[in-house]
Design a protein around this ligand. Structure first.
Ligand code: KIV
Length: 272
């Protein structure tokens, strides 16, 4: 398998499949606003996920359940205005696609029309297969999401690793195959044992992008605020922090407060 990196001027769903074929790992990250999306798009990132984790990191909710379709469209359209290269995938929020495939299609169409995103992501396997199929009939690309699916947190009761038991692991592998068969272009696997994730990635031709799913998958995704160290109370084993922005920002804000209070800011050069 070649490791030579092909240049993608604009990343598409087809590029991701091509990357898998050529053994190039896919780098995906979340973004929720124009300014951060613009910074990240210049770094060679392949996929930007406008995740419903916006509910946590942008709005301060305990879970992803409260975020609405209108709010997702607001975040996604800000990201779309910033992006020149990355593929933009937008989460369908809780309550907008489960149990009613017509509603699912309507929700996905609103995302595509009103935000300009390129694809949608839905959580779940066989139980949402009708919704996935109907969305795909409209030509809207769908990314799947299995393993720890945070929209089902009240069913799981905990954010711990999923599919450690054989029955759940078998169901996950079956669901992954089903999602590929239905026509999903990629799949996120969240917080599952690395050997199971490797097995899923090997069994599918579509790319499997992991978060807490080990290294033998086709790509990785992290939540931006976690990898930048803006959030500091969330410390799962899979999270690599590339900065400690919580500390750097706290120091900067504290210094600003001190400078204002001590009349150090603004100085002669900082005024008209
Ligand atoms: O909403 C999100 O950020 C996600 C990632 C954790 C994959 O779904």
């Amino acid at each position: 398998m070649s490791t030579a990196k092909k240049q993608y001027k604009r990343v598409t769903t087809k590029s991701l499949i091509d990357m898998k074929v050529h053994g190039e790992k896919i780098a995906m990250i979340t973004a929720y606003d124009y300014t951060m999306a613009k910074v990240v798009d210049n770094t060679g990132i392949d996929v930007i996920l406008v995740g419903d984790s916006a509910s946590n990191v942008m709005a301060g909710h305990e879970t992803t359940l409260p975020i609405t379709l209108d709010q997702m469209i607001y975040h996604a359209s800000a990201v779309v205005r910033a992006i020149k290269r990355a593929l933009i995938v937008v989460d369908l929020p809780f309550g907008t696609y489960q149990g009613d495939s017509r509603k699912a299609l309507e929700s996905a169409i609103r995302i595509m029309k009103e935000s300009g995103g390129h694809a949608v992501k839905l959580e779940g396997g066989s139980e949402i297969s009708e919704s996935i199929s109907r969305i795909l009939t409209a030509g809207i690309p769908v990314m799947g999401h299995l393993g720890l699916t945070p929209q089902s947190i009240y069913k799981f009761g905990t954010y711990t690793v999923r599919a450690k038991e054989t029955a759940e692991a078998e169901k996950l592998l079956e669901d992954a195959k089903l999602l590929e068969k239905l026509g999903c272009f990629a799949l996120v696997l969240e917080k599952v044992p690395a050997d199971l994730a490797a097995k899923v990635a090997k069994s599918l031709t579509i790319p499997v992008i992991g978060i807490g799913a080990g290294s033998v998958v086709d790509g990785q995704v992290l939540v931006m605020h976690d990898m930048l160290g803006i959030t500091h109370e969330f410390n799962p084993r899979f999270l690599r922090r590339y900065l400690n922005m919580y500390e750097q920002m706290t120091n900067a804000f504290s210094q600003y407060v001190a400078d204002v209070k001590s009349l150090d800011f603004p100085n002669e050069e900082e005024q008209y």
